[in-house]
Write a protein that binds this ligand. Structure first.
Ligand SMILES: [Zn+2]
Length: 681
């Protein structure tokens, strides 16, 4: 009968509103305790997602914020985690083979034993606590050791991780388990709500200048709550961002972000934004950050101050009452900090590759972006969107920008730029050159940029943004070629790194660089259509951005560029990529490959090589006219549906519509599957 009591407890906690709750809840969740209801279990089977845990030993409930948030276990445990069939299977088999030598697979399941652990979950399995009570256990030891092992990682702490269990009861079961096996601990995560992932990984020791810490080595990563044919409905969507950012010294800044959120299919009470408070996203040393972003406050549209917690590069905001499904609310977050300083030491700052303002994940962001940015002269600011006005006041260079069409990457860039601009045939193109850049380079970028814009606009929906702003960043600081809405950020110098450190150039980047400036430029501009206008809906649909941008670049190089022979370089490279990476994973499942260097290279090769290779084969199969019609329809339809996140299934529907043929089996083999279509040139 205890499980019934648990349910009652759970409902009670979920419906609690009113007095300050966030801080005490988080404090309590950071140090979970045992419930005092230890029992023996013999061969108990607990199923979560694709996992079956078999438990022989003792279990005891775990409490956090006066709620049962899971259970601790000690004894003989085993896990059988089925590697799900479908597009992700090959990537996972590759990772398991490379990390565990394949020995860990039995039948279709990854198997592993463990000696204890803690299972945190928002829905406890029923019937688990129906055995014989025991009075003395060593479960406290297991709980302590598991919790402290997690504290040694640099990931989100238990307080933030478990807060939704208590404050935002989802109907879906979310599980986070730390499995204890002495020096070989592991983690299992099932999150069909936010991360939409089922993950298994091992905790490994890593060393840094500041001492050793634990990192999670991913062994298995498959989607949860994910249907190939359904467009995902995020828990909450960020639909508008209004930013005012002011810096009088180009080091410290104040920022006021007013942002609108819309709840998904379930009520939302706890909102989790990304917002840096650490030195960098990469190291996540938030506690050691010298110039953190400090949040001064969050208010709702009535001016009411809301409870918040800003840790782990994450800003949790507790809404006063749950936001009903489909309803919207607007929050204003006031923050300040030395976050511009991190990127200075040179004469430009790029805000966008880390969460410099409170942001939801890109799959949950389809936001209009209005910004006012003021920085100290001679720096010049620019941002995504149409330039509404530019002015100076009190030694500050100011710009107001507006992008009404929803975007996923709200970028702001500031630098000691020289601006060269040209309006021609309805295109407004501006080059922001780094102070030392040559004028001739800017003129070439304008000329080539106009040719590329014109080529794409004639075959697809018209250029979706009001102006294209091309920013040249010196190579020796960064290798960045990226393209948020209306912007293209490129590396201005030749890519033979004579002036800087080449250690950050891995093989793939070298290969990418070798394609030549023009095809890369055409690739980045193509992202204005595939990447921005067509924003992808899940991590697995990223190929819709990269493979299509790469293929569009090929179309330009082979049909629109002056020297059309250069396009063949791309074909040859794709063929090499296909040979080297096809056995590792499908294109669609590529993001399930783990962080191993070779796997990361494969990910790149699948998206930038095999993807366009398959699109080339598709074009030969359906014919040039139908293929181009497909590009036209995809982009014009996307233009009519602002904010819609596109998934791979949409491409199949378009391919079928323009060809009158069923291309599903084709996509099943070459995009969802690992097969390679015959070479078509
Ligand atoms: Zn790209």
């Amino acid at each position: 009968m205890r499980s019934a009591v648990w349910c009652a407890c759970w409902l009670l906690a979920a419906s609690t509103t009113g007095a300050a709750t966030l801080a005490p809840t988080l404090d309590s969740l950071a140090a979970p305790t045992l419930a005092g209801n230890a029992e023996n279990v013999a061969g108990a089977k607990v199923r979560f997602g694709n996992a079956v845990f078999t438990l022989d030993g003792e279990i005891e409930g775990v409490l956090g914020a006066s709620t049962r948030i899971g259970f601790a276990f000690r004894g003989q445990g085993s896990l059988a985690l089925t590697v799900a069939p479908g597009p992700f299977r090959q990537a996972n088999l590759t990772t398991i083979r490379d990390e565990l030598s394949g020995k860990a697979i039995e039948g279709d399941a990854l198997v592993r034993d463990f000696e204890g652990g803690v299972f945190f979950t928002n829905h406890l399995p029923s019937g688990l606590f129906s055995g014989e009570d025991v009075t003395s256990t060593r479960l406290a030891d297991i709980l302590d050791r598991s919790v402290s092992r997690w504290r040694e990682t640099r990931y989100t702490g238990l307080d933030h991780l478990l807060a939704p269990f208590v404050l935002d009861a989802s109907k879906e079961t979310v599980v986070f388990a730390i499995l204890w096996k002495g020096s070989d601990d592991a983690v299992y995560l099932l999150d069909p709500v936010d991360q939409r992932q089922e993950i298994f990984g091992r905790l490994k020791n890593a060393e840094s200048e500041t001492g050793s810490y634990q990192v999670l080595d991913l062994i298995l990563d498959q989607p949860a709550g994910h249907e190939l044919r359904n467009r995902p409905a995020p828990r909450v969507v960020q639909t508008a961002i209004d930013l005012e950012l002011v810096s009088t010294d180009n080091q410290s800044a104040t920022e006021v972000t007013t942002t609108t959120l819309r709840a998904g299919p379930e009520p939302v009470r706890l909102v989790s934004f990304s917002l840096i408070n650490g030195r960098s996203e990469k190291d996540r040393d938030w506690d050691e950050h010298q110039f953190p972003i400090t949040v001064r406050g969050v208010v709702d549209e009535t001016g009411r101050a809301l409870e918040l917690s800003h840790r782990y590069d994450e800003l949790l905001v507790l809404l006063p009452e749950p936001l009903a499904p489909g309803a919207s609310t607007t929050l204003t977050v006031t923050a300040e900090g030395g976050f511009l300083k991190n990127f200075s030491g040179d004469s430009y700052l790029v805000l966008g590759n880390m969460a410099y303002l409170p942001q939801l994940p890109i799959y949950s962001t389809a936001a209009s972006f209005h910004s006012v940015v003021k920085v100290k002269e001679p720096f010049v600011p620019l941002a995504c969107g149409r330039t509404v006005r530019r002015w100076t006041e009190d030694g500050l260079s100011c710009v107001e920008s507006l992008e009404e069409r929803p975007i996923a990457f709200p970028f702001v860039i500031v630098g000691k730029f020289v601006v060269t601009s040209k309006q021609e045939e309805g295109y407004d193109i501006r080059i922001y050159s780094y102070a030392s850049a040559k004028e001739r380079g800017a003129k070439n970028l304008i000329r080539n940029g106009l040719a590329v814009l014109d080529f794409y606009s004639n075959g697809m929906a018209p250029f979706p943004y009001n102006e294209l702003e091309v920013i040249e960043i010196p190579y020796y600081r960064h290798f960045f070629w990226q393209a948020p809405a209306g912007l293209v950020e490129i590396t201005s110098e030749g890519l033979s790194p004579t002036s800087g450190d080449s250690s950050d150039l891995n093989t793939i980047i070298k290969r990418y660089a070798s394609k030549g400036q023009n095809s890369r430029y055409a690739h980045e501009i193509a992202h204005q259509w595939f990447g921005n206008l067509i924003s992808w809906g899940t991590p697995y649909d990223n190929w819709l951005s990269e493979s299509f941008a790469e293929y569009l670049s090929y179309l330009f190089m082979s049909e629109g560029a002056k020297d059309k022979a250069k396009a063949n370089v791309q074909l040859v490279e794709w063929e090499t990529d296909v040979k080297e990476c096809s056995e590792y994973s499908s294109v669609y499942g590529a993001s399930a490959l783990n962080g191993d260097t070779r796997h990361q290279q494969c990910y790149t090769q699948l998206l930038y090589g095999k993807g366009p290779y398959v699109l080339h084969a598709l074009r030969q199969d359906m014919g040039d006219e139908a293929f181009k019609k497909m590009l036209f329809f995809m982009t014009t339809q996307a233009a009519k549906k602002p904010g819609l996140k596109v998934i791979t299934e949409d491409v199949i529907l378009f391919a079928n519509a323009v060809s009158g043929k069923d291309y599903r089996p084709w996509f099943d083999r070459y995009i969802y599957g690992t097969e390679v279509p015959p070479k078509t040139w």
